[in-house]
Design a protein around this ligand. Sequence first.
Ligand code: HEM
Length: 268
Amino acid sequence: MYGMLLESVEHFLREKYGEKTWNLIRSRAGVKNHVFVTHERYPDHLILDIASAAAEVIGKQTKMTPDDFIEFFGTCFVKFFSNYGYDRIIKVSGRYFRDFLDGIDNLHEHMRFAYPKLMSPTFFCSEETSTGLLLQYKSKRRGFLRYVMGQILEVARTFYGITVEMKVLRNNSTETGCHVVYQLNFNNSAFKPPSPDAMSVHQNHDLTCEAFFRIMPFSFVVTPNMKILTTGEALSSTLGNVLIGNRVDSVFTLRRPRREFSWENVSR
Ligand code: HEM
């Protein structure tokens, strides 16, 4: 894991509880480094070890468990990344909180230029209504369930000025990672229910198919039985017609969002 996450933890534990307490926590967690380096990588368990150590050292006085500290670290991360100018990325990631949630994966993809070995989690939204949605979080790491809560609640508060009620609906953690489903309740008046004709080409008279394929030369059309019907010009001149007639899931891999490659999921 990149040092930036640990830097934020160190910064806020030190600021809130003082240098002496930080040193106690640090040595109890077995942290040898005195300084975390933003772009250097550290073992994933370190941040969880610091949370456990913090609960041992100041848990009684703060009435905080290791999980409470993990959530606090998520909050700290959001406060901290503004120092790097990353707050601007959040500000442009969407006018509404729902747009931000939909774009967390893109945000991490963007970070790949600065953090090439990034092993980022994946997020996607489902069952959206005007009062909230389900946020799905998948990761190859475990133990960050409350970290995500700290991040999401802090972004909602600082960048969107809204209060969000967030609870865990499902948590499936295994040796290889986790899949968590959160229920988020908030004023989501920006939500527009999809019109029943949204997928119908006939309803959209203002753009011809020819114009669409000119603008989107790497696009392709998939039928409900997941077969590729036609491809944009750039795709067919690069790959020929080998794609047409094949099942889309036999020639492409759905990388993000990390979910089943089915018609229901891609057509939403
Ligand atoms: C623009 C701000 C952000 C930056 C620069 C950023 C960058 C990073 C980096 C460098 C890592 C470490 C991954 C690794 O070392 O392999 C990470 C992990 C993570 N990020 Fe972000 N991130 C940002 C925003 C967010 C937001 C808004 C969320 C929302 C929930 C999020 C969720 C996570 C989680 C949960 C992890 C660690 C746990 C896991 O891998 O499952 N990040 N991020």
